[in-house]
Design a protein around this ligand. Structure first.
Ligand SMILES: [Zn+2]
Length: 684
């Protein structure tokens, strides 16, 4: 429950789709699992980029040349979806190379192509001739009606209806935002700064941690500004000054330039909203979300905040008591600093529940933990996950085909890239690189990315792994007619819900008990340990939510034009957070969520959490209830964005979603240990 950006960034962008038809692939077909093109050289990548862009232009030209009276569901909407499929076949790989390729020149080439592709796409969404053909297309299928509406809105958002010069200005703004966002991300990813700690400053660090980093001749270690190095240090280094020094460096890893980039992006977004006669960027974004306005979101955040305030004050007092005992100071004089939070939370969990995250690694070794995850989803959903050989961008990468064994169908495939290396995407994510399409008989491909410790995982690593795999499943189970609707192409304030729900499979006794099956070196998870883990999880929940609310309020305030100075606004809002503002830190320069697709959408993590817990309450017969899983798979996951999330949820739950389950969780009253049948959380 650290206070740092615990939330991972996800590529929920509309990457591709695919799918699984209930006709077609029979077991006897034994079709090959879909694989991605992987590039070996800069030249090869450049060539693929040129072909991709020129094919896209050519397909657009063909669409423009189509006589209006010939505009039909297939000639316009089908052709549009085909164009996206062809484009994403290459663009999906480029996204991976940009984020994951070990070679910097390859990453830069991929990034450069993505910039050009983004510009081309921006131009295309302003094309009047294509817009007219989409207007003229007469849809018959309900999926086509949704697609047509989505496209018309996307064209209108790009300013297709504006006068020529205004339209060009809008494009310049959008291109500038994309370029700045890429620069922001690249600066974080390519940051090679390190912080040095002497032998004395290493007190409390696990020996495996020090061994992994390696000491130099005088016994010092150099740590990088990545989560993988930072989090364990903050939880275990006893030297408060060392923690403070690392905390400051980590919070400033984006540098002044990134804060300036955020300021510029924010200004450009305000202008973008003006073009659409919207009062601010939040207003512009939210009109197509589950929450329709900034006020609506602020109300939601306030409701949650009221619950969280009391809980986090309680927890903070407990942490101060521990620190007071540790330092011999009176509790009234003790303050928990930002760099103390993880350390004393860990101390408290060890003292009170005898749970220490480092000692959990032996229960969750890699790759056996991944095998356990696979075995659970195989049982739950009737899948078969089989490793195969495939060309990849790094030797760590593995490739798996996924079959629906109950129906004898090939669903799709996924890659895993799980261990850290220089220049790799920070944190964890699922890349939905190819989407399902029934129409095009295309199967999906996802990529599971993380930066895990090869010595084994902590509880929060395990939850992250399950979370990201939840996104992978969302992509694999898509059965959407058009690729554009597949998998995680759903609204930003819903996309996290299935994954947040799936984190629960990492925590419950009924799944944890199976950890040692098929793993000789995994110690058995004793019931007492599971109980302690549950109690330990519940401690710190108030402070965790407090941080999430801070991020969401900050994002919404910025997007709603409350301030044009990101750092000043951050200082103001962070000062209201229980731990207060830390001077000389610039978290906004690291907050890539909001320079990218989570602008005016960060609240979606909290809203998704409310939905996730509500959906979880339907598994009242236990998490391994295959019938319920099947209902979830086909009602929610398979539908992607073909239907609005509110409609899917109502169909799945049989009622409107509610916030009761979230409130129970915030109060720390939700236990994993209840017998399944007696679970009553999240009733409406
Ligand atoms: Zn996620």
């Amino acid at each position: 429950m650290g206070q740092l950006p615990a939330v991972t960034r996800h590529t929920a962008a509309a990457w591709l789709i695919i799918c699984v038809s209930s006709v077609g692939a029979q077991p006897s077909d034994n079709p090959a699992a879909p694989r991605l093109p992987v590039f070996d050289s800069v030249a090869q990548m450049q060539q693929a980029c040129e072909s991709m862009l020129s094919l896209r232009e050519q397909e657009m030209d063909e669409l423009k040349a189509l006589p209006l009276e010939q505009g039909t569901q297939e000639t316009v909407l089908g052709a549009w979806d085909d164009m996206l499929i062809h484009y994403r076949d290459v663009a999906g790989s480029l996204a991976l190379h940009a984020a994951l390729d070990p070679d910097e020149a390859m990453r830069e080439t991929a990034e450069h192509c993505r910039t050009r592709a983004g510009q081309l796409q921006g131009e295309q969404y302003q094309d009047k001739a294509v817009y007219e053909r989409i207007q003229a297309a007469v849809p018959q299928r309900w999926e086509a009606i949704k697609l047509r509406n989505d496209l018309l809105r996307a064209f209108e958002n790009s300013g297709v209806a504006l006068e020529d010069d205004r339209r060009s200005q809008l494009r310049v703004i959008k291109d500038a935002i994309n370029r700045l966002d890429q620069e922001f991300e690249t600066r974080i990813r390519n940051n090679t700064d390190t912080v040095r700690f002497t032998r004395a400053e290493q007190a409390g660090l696990p020996p495996e941690y020090i061994e992994r980093l390696g000491r130099d001749a005088d016994g010092s270690i150099d740590v990088t500004l990545t989560d993988g190095d930072f989090k364990p240090f903050m939880a275990s280094a006893t030297d408060a000054d060392a923690r403070r020094r690392y905390y400051r460096a980590f919070m400033n890893r984006g540098g002044e330039r990134n804060v300036e980039i955020l300021r510029q992006i924010n200004g450009l977004r305000a202008r973008l909203a003006e073009f659409h006669d919207r009062k601010h960027f939040a207003d512009y974004v939210l009109r197509s979300r589950m929450h329709g306005s900034a006020e609506d979101v602020q109300d939601f955040l306030q409701t949650v905040k009221r619950e969280v305030d009391a809980k986090s004050r309680e927890e903070l007092l407990e942490l101060r008591q521990i620190k007071a005992r540790d330092t011999g100071q009176p509790v009234e004089q003790v303050r928990i600093n930002a760099w103390d939070l993880d350390f004393y939370s860990e101390r408290l969990r060890q003292a009170r529940y005898s749970v220490d995250q480092e000692s959990l690694r032996k229960y969750f070794p890699m790759p056996e933990t991944l095998d356990w995850l696979f075995a659970l989803v195989e049982d739950l959903y009737g899948l078969r996950i089989v490793e195969e050989q495939a060309q990849a961008w790094h030797p760590d990468v593995r490739f798996f085909r996924v079959e629906d064994s109950r129906r004898g169908l090939l669903l799709g495939s996924f890659y895993t890239d799980l261990y850290p290396r220089q220049g790799k995407y920070e944190g964890a994510a699922a890349f939905d690189v190819r989407k399902a399409s029934l129409r095009a008989a295309q199967r999906p491909i996802s990529v599971l990315v993380a930066n895990l410790d090869t010595n084994g995982l902590t509880m929060s690593d395990v939850e992250t792994l399950f979370h990201e795999f939840g996104h992978v499943l969302h992509g694999l189970f898509a059965q959407t007619y058009y690729s554009i609707h597949g998998g995680v192409s759903v609204n930003r304030d819903f996309v996290e819900a299935p994954s947040q729900m799936f984190e629960e499979w990492a925590r419950r006794p009924e799944t944890l008990r199976r950890l040692s099956d098929g793993c000789d070196r995994c110690p058995e998870m004793e019931p007492e340990l599971i109980e302690k883990l549950d109690a330990a999880r519940r401690f710190g929940i108030g402070l965790h939510y407090a941080r999430q609310i801070l991020y969401a309020r900050y994002d919404m305030a910025l997007a709603a034009g409350q301030s044009s100075e990101p750092l000043a606004l951050w200082e103001e809002l962070e000062s209201e957070y229980p731990l207060g503002h830390v001077s000389d830190t610039a978290f906004p320069g690291t907050f890539g969520h909001i320079t990218g697709g989570y602008a005016a959408a960060y609240y979606g993590y909290l809203w998704s959490q409310a939905i996730a817990l509500d959906m979880l309450s339907t598994f009242d017969e236990g998490l391994m209830d295959a019938e319920q899983a099947e209902h979830f798979r086909f009602t929610v996951l398979a539908r992607g964005s073909e239907r609005d999330p509110a409609e899917l949820l109502k169909k799945y739950l049989g009622r409107e979603p509610g916030m009761d389950a979230l409130i129970t969780d915030i109060r720390g009253e939700r236990s994993m240990l209840d017998e399944p049948a007696s679970e009553t959380q999240a009733s409406n």
